[in-house]
Design a protein. Structure first.
Length: 163
């Protein structure tokens, strides 16, 4: 295995994550406008992207393991960082660029998804608050305080009629 194969996998991962990032931005706009159908379509597209990312990531991991064994550096789960420590020359620079580009896209994607999670949480809180306002609780339907078999309540009225 050559280092070019690993770089190709890294670039494919970066492209897929870039595409996922753009979908995440669209999802943010759909959340802001409460476009439920749009959100559902975006979630379907995201699922497809995640499956493709998983497939490419598996190939990348296999390629890294094969390269590492071929170079005499077998480890349980070799990483690109470990390869960068060993690699020299132009291949190292190209792999480093791909690696850093992927990390930057992942950081942006993580931040965007955090924003989407916050927007979703706020929407759920708003829906719950609206439901609480529309459906009053059973206690608020009863006039007066808690009345029941407590026995501590005085049966005397405010005005004493025997006076």
């Amino acid at each position: 295995m050559t280092i070019d194969t690993i770089i190709t996998h890294m670039n494919q991962l970066k492209q897929l994550h870039d595409s996922l990032f753009s979908l995440s931005k669209k999802k943010t706009e759909a959340l802001k406008t409460n476009d439920i159908e749009g959100i559902q379509q975006l979630l379907t597209q995201e699922r497809k992207h995640v499956q493709a990312i998983g497939k490419i990531e598996k190939q990348r991991a296999q390629t890294v393991a094969q390269w590492s064994q071929g170079q005499g550096h077998p480890t349980a789960e070799p990483t690109v960082s470990e390869i960068l420590e060993v690699l020299q020359g132009e291949g190292k620079a190209r792999l480093q660029d791909s690696y850093e580009g992927l990390i930057l896209v992942l950081a942006d994607l993580k931040q965007q998804e955090k924003l989407n999670a916050d927007l979703t949480q706020q929407s759920l809180q708003f829906v719950n608050m609206s439901l609480d306002l529309l459906q009053p609780s059973l206690q608020s339907l009863n006039y007066g305080g808690q009345q029941g078999p407590s026995g501590n309540q005085s049966k005397r009225s405010v005005f004493d009629s025997k006076a």
